[in-house]
Design a protein around this ligand. Sequence first.
Ligand SMILES: CC(C)(COP(=O)(O)OP(=O)(O)OC[C@H]1O[C@@H](n2cnc3c(N)ncnc32)[C@H](O)[C@@H]1OP(=O)(O)O)[C@@H](O)C(=O)NCCC(=O)NCCS
Length: 153
Amino acid sequence: MEAVCRKATSGDVEALYALIEGYARKGIMLPRSRETLNRQIDTFVVAEVENRIVGCGSLCKLGGELVEIRSLGISEGYKGLGIGSRLVDKLVDEAKEQGIPKVMALTYEVAFFRKNGFEVVDKEIFPEKVWTDCVNCAKQHCCDEIAVLKMLN
Ligand SMILES: CC(C)(COP(=O)(O)OP(=O)(O)OC[C@H]1O[C@@H](n2cnc3c(N)ncnc32)[C@H](O)[C@@H]1OP(=O)(O)O)[C@@H](O)C(=O)NCCC(=O)NCCS
């Protein structure tokens, strides 16, 4: 099965919405409205198999030194095939191109991120994070996600 990983375009919004909404309902991702997806489409990458979107991820700037991988998800039936790792590689390359030295994520999938060269760090080292997505998260006062970080230099 050949997956193509590429930057997202506005034509992908509906598929992205459905993929993210499925994980948001399970409480493992924050929901993204169609409006937000349209506005932030340049920050997304997608994986496509036979013209079907089967994975996505996005990069959110948290200041000049740090970006966060968000909305990373692979459709059921396409996990464990290396597609998530390829999307992470693409997002990391994007961060490098932007000259940003640190890539982080908040996740339950520590083993996956470790395999992709990230290390577990204390959440408290990321104060900027609190002022963006977390304020909209139902779990903001009882966050059980784990912070992972990859240094690019
Ligand atoms: C986490 C996720 C993105 C991984 O994508 P994927 O395409 O299935 O992962 P890959 O096939 O690239 O896996 C890369 C490696 O990580 C390992 N891995 C992936 N998920 C794992 C898990 N849950 N537990 C342990 N190892 C895992 C794989 O075994 C593989 O190891 P290998 O190289 O030794 O074979 C995907 O499972 C997913 O969409 N999960 C639900 C949404 C989610 O939690 N996203 C993270 C939000 S930050």
